[in-house]
Write a protein of this length. Structure first.
Length: 455
């Protein structure tokens, strides 16, 4: 049998010279290890280089999606910008501080301190978000996870609030802007374990599933299975949640939108509703849960550590590995698998943020204990950073320093991508000069033709 492949876990057959085993992607194990090491070296290259300063001050949360980046800033500001240059493309001002965000394709959803969700489409008019009011109470949004629907025509926005409220909104991608977003109040998920009253943190999991973490407890919730039963009962079916055990995880996703659209739960609220209150308590956004479909690992940060869970194994055995951190692991990101780097990026909150530590997940299980693990790279936070936030895509990472930090930085380990970003920036700087030169040339030709006519 071959090694584990990407998402779906296809196994390669035998082949190659000398009986070498090839994976389903056509690469031998030796080639996969070599490619993984090259990708991991890009993070070392990024840490050794000088970060690029972006014109994005007071950043509190950030997402990267393709060629665009979307970020929230102090005062309720949302910005859309180019991922390679940081050039501002659009902005929208909210009245209340934003406390959580997530992105899925062109859809970006931010939650505010009054419990409302704001959905944006980066492929359409960015300044026309759709609002989904809280179906109960006005507690701030703590976490948002987006699950793609069938054929990319919709996105399910799951929301966890500070008061324990768990809710969902179905966002239609086409046409845009969509109709007012209904918000359904969902049964409290059975996370299991001692959560200590901690708010829930969410992250998109396998198709139709979402990871839910609170305190030291982690569960993979099968939203698709549960949604078919919610229309008749306000509780989780036995097959809908498997705390600390991944064997009941969903693997479909096609009927998710239809199931959510047919839900009729008490406590549902219309999208637009009344205006949000003028004042609400703001909290620093965080994203301590991450899932990699390629590696099939889930990472969950807590106070002083980040645990890795293998979704192919029974979670009752405990985490597959863990790594210690100073403070609470507020921002966590697992390698999405494009370059097989196997990186785990962690930013811990504290009085003096140290930036983003990058670890090699393949070497974490070899450590005797979590404290013995050493990072392969450290990406510094901007000066005067108070609350570090970051987003990563490939070997590109954008890090902000919180509401009072005047700078945001971009690291890029891929040399070609970094050069392309610099060339694009230089072209932007040359463009005004070219336009002035054309204007002077046109003026000169006009004066010459006028003098010729007068003569």
């Amino acid at each position: 049998e071959g090694g584990e492949g990407g998402e779906g876990g296809e196994k390669g057959g035998e082949g190659g010279e000398g009986g070498e085993v090839f994976a389903a992607d056509g690469l031998s194990e030796r080639e996969r290890v070599y490619l993984s090491e090259l990708s991991l070296d890009e993070w070392r290259h990024a840490a050794a280089g000088r970060p690029k300063e972006l014109p994005l001050p007071s950043m509190t949360a950030v997402c990267l999606s393709g060629e665009c980046g979307v970020s929230t800033h102090a005062g309720g500001l949302v910005r859309l910008w180019g991922a390679t240059t940081g050039r501002r493309l659009a902005a929208h001002q909210q009245r209340i501080e934003l406390t959580a965000c997530a992105a899925c394709g062109p859809i970006f959803v931010a939650g505010d301190a009054a419990g409302a969700l704001h959905a944006y489409n980066t492929d359409a008019e960015f300044g026309a978000p759709r609002v989904s009011r809280s179906p109960g109470g006005e507690a701030g949004v703590r976490s948002v996870a987006l699950l793609p629907g069938a054929n990319g025509g919709s996105v399910l926005a799951l929301c966890a609030s500070l008061d324990g409220l768990f809710s969902a909104s179905l966002v239609q991608v086409e046409p845009w802007p969509t109709a007012p977003l209904p918000r359904a109040r969902l049964p409290a998920p059975p996370v299991g374990g001692d959560t200590g009253g901690c708010p829930l943190h969410l992250a998109a999991g396998p198709p139709g599933g979402v990871f839910c973490a609170a305190g030291g407890a982690v569960a993979l919730l099968d939203i698709e299975v549960a949604a078919t039963a919610w229309s008749g009962q306000a509780s989780w079916p036995d097959a809908g949640a498997v705390p600390c055990s991944w064997r009941g995880a969903a693997s479909r996703g096609a009927g998710l939108a239809a199931s959510m659209g047919a839900m009729r739960l008490a406590g549902s609220a219309a999208g637009e509703g009344a205006g949000a209150p003028a004042a609400a308590e703001a909290i620093a956004p965080s994203r301590p849960v991450s899932y990699s479909p390629f590696w099939r690992l889930a990472a969950a940060g807590s106070d002083g550590a980040v645990s890795l869970w293998d979704v192919r194994c029974n979670g009752e055995r405990g985490p597959a590995a863990s790594v210690s951190c100073e403070g609470s692991a507020a921002w966590v990101h697992l390698d999405e698998g494009g370059g097989m780097a196997g990186h785990l990026a962690v930013a811990a909150s504290g009085e003096s943020p140290r930036g983003v530590e990058v670890y090699d997940v393949r070497r974490l299980p070899r450590a005797r204990d979590a404290a013995a693990v050493r990072s392969v790279a450290r990406l510094a936070a901007p000066p005067a950073a108070v609350e570090v936030c970051f987003a990563a895509l490939g070997s590109t990472l954008v890090v902000g320093g919180g509401a009072t930090c005047a700078a945001s930085w971009r690291y890029c380990g891929a040399v070609a991508a970094a050069d392309a970003g610099e060339e694009e920036e230089e072209e932007e700087e040359r463009r005004p000069k070219k336009e002035k030169k054309k204007k002077r040339q046109a003026t000169k030709e006009f004066k010459g033709s006028r003098q010729a006519r007068m003569a």
